[in-house]
Design a binder for this molecule. Structure first.
Ligand SMILES: NC(=O)c1ccc[n+]([C@@H]2O[C@H](COP(=O)([O-])OP(=O)(O)OC[C@H]3O[C@@H](n4cnc5c(N)ncnc54)[C@H](O)[C@@H]3O)[C@@H](O)[C@H]2O)c1
Length: 475
């Protein structure tokens, strides 16, 4: 089949490449010409395991091409995926301008039947607005002409891939959600999408067809549910510290219940990334506009904001509220492993806090250093003097020399079994703050570390933190 994908970010690039790999002819379009030039030159702007080789292979066969030419891109595909960004507006609502711009271009240029697929995460009801936008463009072009206008159907096909395993998730989806209205054009679209996704349904049917608004809602509901589990566990982790329980034991104790399951029950430094924060906010905005505020989601968001400061509070308690002149080594900057995505990464909040309080920070990440430099340039633009206190380094062990503590913020594989004896010999003191509960408190203590995780069983630092928090609250 002939496919156009509009937007070559994490979702568009993966969607286009994977569909080409299945034998379709795909043209990926982006308004960012520099990005297209980079991709065509073999320099893939995002890190996603397995993606580079797949792009290279499919470009070689000629099934996958890239373009910043809108005319040829709209003409190319019978199915056009819209996979552009929908970031948050100030008021929490989704900024749909990129989607509308894509829709406008389609309406302005299409000359044959198109299935327009909303793959971007969009507010409930957006497919109607995309349809109206296309119709309005067609009206402008065809009203005065005595010829037949091309038909189209706007459908919703939200994406559930996870950054860091996006290719794998796309190629082995646990579900494909399609929102399609029943009409002549809708039925045509349904048939074309059935054909397109047939390779994923061979083993068993994975496609759920529903009305468009239900499909749009499903995406928000999924992310809101996952964010809720994270905030729930984070809040319990903080309580576990006060009552001397170990949140990881609790996690296993509840995860073994099949009604609960083990996934997404880890406590840490709060959720980040490009999706959960903005999607939780956008769903709240929709709920508020409909006069039905979602109280649970307000709490989920508030807990998450607070959780981003938990490690900073522990550090502050340990160093008697004085971080001036201290040096902290940070392992992991990306919001999660296997990606270079720095959007809403908790590392940004913690590092800014440490710098503001007079500390020096030296940070390592296996793939996100370039993206991190861009992110911190933005974060520190109002305080450029703080950037002198921040350094990045490509070697994880090198940054430990003379540091006052190691802080772990992303659970990259290479941090899982490090040489602890070497870490101990390099640090000024054997002190680890583990924002991902990657290590076992017991083992760390046996190895002579002062170790502070999130909600792990009480250690001397836990007690110290609990006492100082209690003091702060009674003050
Ligand atoms: N990143 C994820 O893990 C993920 C997962 C599921 C769903 N989503 C959703 O998918 C959508 C895309 O997310 P992303 O992370 O890939 O975004 P992104 O910001 O990485 O990429 C968006 C791309 O769209 C391009 N663009 C903007 N306007 C355009 C236009 N009019 N025509 C063509 N290209 C245009 C931009 O230049 C950019 O390259 C969002 O709605 C997001 O919520 C993202």
């Amino acid at each position: 089949m002939r496919i156009t994908v509009m937007g070559t970010g994490y979702v568009g690039l993966v969607t286009g490449t994977c569909l080409a790999d299945l034998g379709n002819d795909v043209q990926c379009f982006d308004i960012d010409q520099a990005k297209i030039n980079r991709i065509e030159g073999g320099d893939i702007p995002i890190y996603e395991p397995g993606l580079n080789s797949l792009i290279e292979r499919n470009m070689k066969t000629g099934r996958l091409s890239f373009s910043s030419d809108i005319d040829s891109s709209v003409a190319f595909g019978d199915i056009i995926f819209i996979a552009v960004g929908t970031p948050s507006m100030e008021d929490g609502s989704a900024d749909t301008r990129q989607v509308l711009q894509a829709a406008k271009s389609i309406g302005a240029l299409m000359t044959n039947f198109k299935v327009v697929v909303n793959k971007s995460t969009v507010p409930i009801g957006m497919a109607d607005i995309v349809g109206e936008t296309i119709t309005s463009e067609l009206n402008t072009r065809f009203n005065s002409m005595n010829c037949e206008r091309p038909g189209f159907s706007v459908i919703s096909n939200p994406e559930f891939l996870k950054e860091g395993s996006a290719v794998e998730d796309f190629m082995r989806p646990d579900r494909i959600v399609l929102g399609i209205e029943s009409s002549e054009d809708g039925n045509k679209a349904r048939e074309m999408m059935r054909k397109l996704y047939a390779p994923f349904n061979r083993n068993h049917e994975r496609t759920f067809v529903m009305n468009v608004r239900s499909a749009e809602f499903t995406k928000y509901a999924a992310n809101a549910m996952l964010a809720t589990r994270i905030s729930f566990m984070n809040e319990l982790a903080n309580l576990a510290e006060r009552v001397g329980a170990d949140i990881d034991s609790v996690r296993q104790g509840i995860g073994s219940d099949p009604r609960i399951g083990y996934s997404f029950l880890y406590s840490g430094t709060g959720y980040g990334g490009s999706c959960f924060p903005k999607d939780v906010q956008a769903l709240q905005y929709t709920a508020n506009s409909n006069g039905l505020p979602l109280k649970i989601l307000s709490a989920v968001e508030a807990v998450n904001q607070r959780q981003k400061y938990v490690i900073a509070e522990k550090i502050s308690a340990y160093f008697d509220n004085n971080l001036e002149g201290l040096t902290f080594a940070i392992w992991g900057l990306a919001f999660k492993p296997n990606t270079d995505d720095m959007r809403e990464a908790p590392s940004r909040v913690l590092i800014k806090e440490l710098l503001t309080r007079g500390a020096r920070v030296i940070a390592h990440d296996p793939v996100a250093l370039e993206a991190a430099q861009v992110a911190f340039k933005e974060d520190l633009k109002d305080h450029p003097e703080l950037s002198n206190q921040l350094q990045f380094c490509e070697n994880a062990m090198d940054i430990l020399e003379g540091a006052d503590a190691l802080i772990l913020l992303t659970e990259w594989k290479e941090y899982k079994s490090p040489n602890f004896a070497q870490i101990k010999s390099l640090l000024k003191q054997a002190l680890i703050f583990d924002g991902r509960n990657l290590y076992e408190p017991q083992i760390m203590q046996e190895q002579g570390f002062i170790y502070e995780g999130i909600g792990r069983r009480a250690s001397p630092v836990d007690l110290l933190f609990a006492q100082s928090s209690a003091k702060a609250e009674t003050a």
